[in-house]
Design a protein around this ligand. Sequence first.
Ligand code: ACO
Length: 424
Amino acid sequence: MNDGIGIRHARITGWGSYAPSAVLTNADLERIVETSDEWIVSRTGIRERRVAAAHETTASMAAVAGARAIAVAGLDPDEIDLILVATLTPDYWMPSTASLVKEAIGNTRAAAMDVSAACSGFVYGYATAQAYVTSGMARNVLVVGAELLTRFLDYTDRSTCILFGDGAGAVVVSASDEPAVPHGIELTTEPSGAYMIWLPAGGSKSPSSAATVGRGEHFIRMEGRETYRFATKTLASTALAAIAKAGLRPDQIDLFIPHQANIRIIEAVAKGLGLPMEKMFVNLDRYGNTSAASVPLALAEAVDAGRIKQGDNVVIVAFGAGFTSGAVAFEWTADPAAGARAATVRPEEIRVRVPVDWDSVDPIPPQLAAVLAAPGPVAVPLDDVVPGDPPARAAGGTPAPTPTAETAAPPTPAAMPASTEVPA
Ligand code: ACO
């Protein structure tokens, strides 16, 4: 991979994203846990999130976003020297998700590895790509952030299951002889927060077993208030350090792409930096928190929406489990019009291979399968229906459709919390 070329400049030449088509609204979540659209919007800013279909995985979403970024860069997949996939929801413990992505995008020569830094993963990956390119170790690096979080959530825990969604975003970082504003990079890790967001079982400390699954230790756990405090304290300071390293002042930044976790956290960052909210790109209302995918998904959308133009100074900044945080300040140099080339990549043409003699279980959590299959209230088990009760009605007053075996597997009383009963 090392082509022996000396120090070079690095810049983004391609960008792309992918979001699954199924939408889970706050109203849908009201049918799963004791929550409300009003609570979720006022406390987080999130209105809906995407849910990957049964045939989709983190690798498949990463491959589509990655292929789009390569198309936008105008490269052949084999011109990529290194593939980095940031994720906390890999397809498997091994092989790496990056390895699967390499095959799916049709690359035969890149090194491929995953980056584990939770929601900061894409920023860590981007910093790594910078180092590889500027040192001469690689000419073109594909950096992807991809997550399939909806399969790692406890749908009886209203403090976490309302926050997260699925998706992927990617950039190509390429070598260039043309100098631009030097990248300012700041990465931090604060292990005192290691158990503030974690997934207890499945690792070497607590291998998966019937007991760990029974205790729900295969789901994400989070201390929301502590995480909130860390985020509001750290995001602004990390961004400021990166901006200073780039030789810039905050008022010289045209657009911030912050991790899309909570609108109140983003507002606190803007306040901390003394900047108006117009300088913060926000799309969490439509995707929720997609962890490592959130920054590249937002970056691709911002460029395609005309919010970033050539010569703009941009900051990407994230925080996450670890606690980690990271920020990069850089000058945007690519022509946003190239983004149109992403449309040449069709998701249905990209396949992630599985062994011919193997198939997994149905991966969709039953609570999600039920609400996505049946617009309107979740069907209550027949035992719970009081004789003479009127038929369940959807929010708009439409009678709830009767789920069939094909459209919904009604949740069993044991699998569903009491709060999933049909609202009156
Ligand atoms: N619906 C209704 N009520 C709820 C919900 C819900 N979904 N969730 C919690 N509540 C209740 C609580 O039970 C509590 O009730 P109580 O006062 O009777 O005890 C009340 O609402 C307030 O709860 P708080 O936890 O104090 O609510 P807060 O305003 O802190 O908001 C939130 C919670 C949204 C989770 C916030 O703390 C937050 O955003 N934290 C940061 C989380 C984050 O960004 N995580 C991602 C990290 S990135 C990564 O690496 C994965």
